[in-house]
Design a protein around this ligand. Structure first.
Ligand code: COA
Length: 174
């Protein structure tokens, strides 16, 4: 059973070392990093999982991002706030023990119940659709600031009818 703690109680060097082991060394070049370039992760939605010996086993971070609708002449483009989920990372030797599901469940439970923002991520649909209801069905008209596989651009929302069908994803800057 995972013991979850707020990510901001963990040394950031340990988090970076875990991410280096869960992903390839060039991870910072991924398009997901560009989407959230320059913004800080959200402490209230970001967690660490500890194993039974209190060692760091996994992490999840979430970020404030925006989907900006295409500009129409004379009208300021409308920005829609979303939560970007990820990276979700579990150490290779700890994978398959439920840490990933515990981390994502904690984040989803921490969203505002009154007005949960839609959640977006780039990830494996086989995992995030199966366990959490993320879907690429809403994102086919969305653009990213780098290359992406449309099947892996996923969104989760209770109200898909209010999601813009077209727009560019990028950092939320207030
Ligand atoms: C993907 C990841 C977060 C899953 O976490 P985990 O703790 O290993 O997985 P869990 O123990 O919660 O879930 C295990 C189940 O999910 C399945 N699963 C795990 N990773 C999967 C993936 N990438 N695609 C499809 N299914 C996957 C397992 O087969 C298992 O299924 P079962 O219960 O039917 O046997 C983790 O493996 C990881 O960190 N991978 C490397 C980094 C990465 O790719 N992150 C995602 C992009 S942000």
């Amino acid at each position: 059973m995972a013991n979850l703690i707020p990510l901001d109680s963990v040394d950031s060097a340990l988090v970076e070392a875990l991410l280096d082991r869960a992903f390839e060394p060039t991870r910072a070049r991924r398009t997901a990093y560009k989407v959230r370039d320059g913004v800080d992760w959200l402490p209230a939605l970001s967690f660490a999982a500890l194993d039974s010996e209190e060692r760091l086993a996994g992490t999840i971070q979430c970020w404030p991002v925006a989907l900006t609708e295409p500009a129409a002449e004379g009208i300021k483009p409308k920005r829609h706030p979303l939560i970007m989920v990820g990276p979700v990372a579990v150490l290779p030797e700890q994978q398959g023990a439920g840490f990933g599901q515990a981390l994502v469940t904690a984040t989803l439970a921490a969203l505002s119940p009154e007005a949960p923002l839609p959640q977006v991520m780039i990830g494996d649909p086989e995992y995030y659709e199966r366990f959490f209801g993320f879907s690429s069905a809403y994102t086919s008209g969305w653009l990213l600031p780098g290359p992406w596989d449309p099947a892996r651009l996923l969104c989760r929302t209770d109200r898909p009818e209010v999601l813009p069908t077209r727009g560019m994803l990028g950092p939320w800057r207030g």
